[in-house]
Design a protein around this ligand. Sequence first.
Ligand SMILES: [Mg+2]
Length: 343
Amino acid sequence: MRSRQLKERWEDDNEMFLKLNVKKRLIPTLFGGIIGDVIGVPVEFKERDTFFIDDMVGYGTYNQPLGTWSDDTSLTLCLIKNILENGTTKDLMDKFDAYYESGYCTPFGQMFDIGRTTMDSIVRYKGGSAPAHCGGRSEMDNGNGAIMRIAPLVFLMHNEFDFLKKVKVIKEYTEITHAHPRAVVGSVIYIELLLRLYHNRTLRDALKDIYELFHENFDANHEYIQELSHFTRIFSDDFLATERSEILSDGYLVHSIEAAIWSFGNSDSFRDAVILAVNLGADTDTIAAITGSLAGMYYKMKDIPEDWLNNVVLKEELETTINEFYLYCSDKAVKDTYGDWKK
Ligand SMILES: [Mg+2]
């Protein structure tokens, strides 16, 4: 009896620790992405070094007030809500369509930003295509529109060590808008990187792991290995020493991942990472959103400037949704780890 009680107490402590760990990472990862989006919105499309910002500001490119977030956050929220509702990818496409048509999950009920490939996929969906066949398949469809919205997937997989199982899920959520194999490889790199930061791996080791995982699981002729060659730069040991002028910050998936990893790796705080990313110019909101997620996962909530957080439009509503998602994911983490033995 006594050993049973001790075991239960031990399990309770571990469950609590696991839940706290999910909370400690999930909230700053998601808010980190949102804040990056917000900071990038006013200067989106601006050419590098024609501007400099070192704080959250309003207006600019879309003439939106301080704290306004864009499609990166809206489509991420669609995914979170869909997971909370146990929705299918078809339900998720309905949410994307509602975003596009009627401003679902936007700060002021109005959509003002959407990527071409994502828009094309919504049009195909409305034309009757199944979600798995909606995404763009050409080489020109390799924008950053999938990686900007998939960070929540990390918290469904915190304890999944089967690489191929993860690839399957990541592919399913990527190909609804971006179906070229390069887009899938980019999404896998991004999610695996976040997962490894969750498990306290260093950036260098995490990238090494990811490179090896691809080569251990796919042979040299596999399309994913062929596509991985486009991402070669991030896997080289001296990538972070790359000159700023060699880092491109347009919406091409490969460039966006490079820019985010370079900004994250060349800074010592959440603030510096996001500011470094935004000032690269061009696709500022998405690159800063991806950088913000990586930096949020790594530096955690204590390092996210409070004034930035407080400026975010609909902050309380976002907090409620993210908190609900944390509870969902932490319950799942406990069930995945300990099973349902108490019930
Ligand atoms: Mg955007």
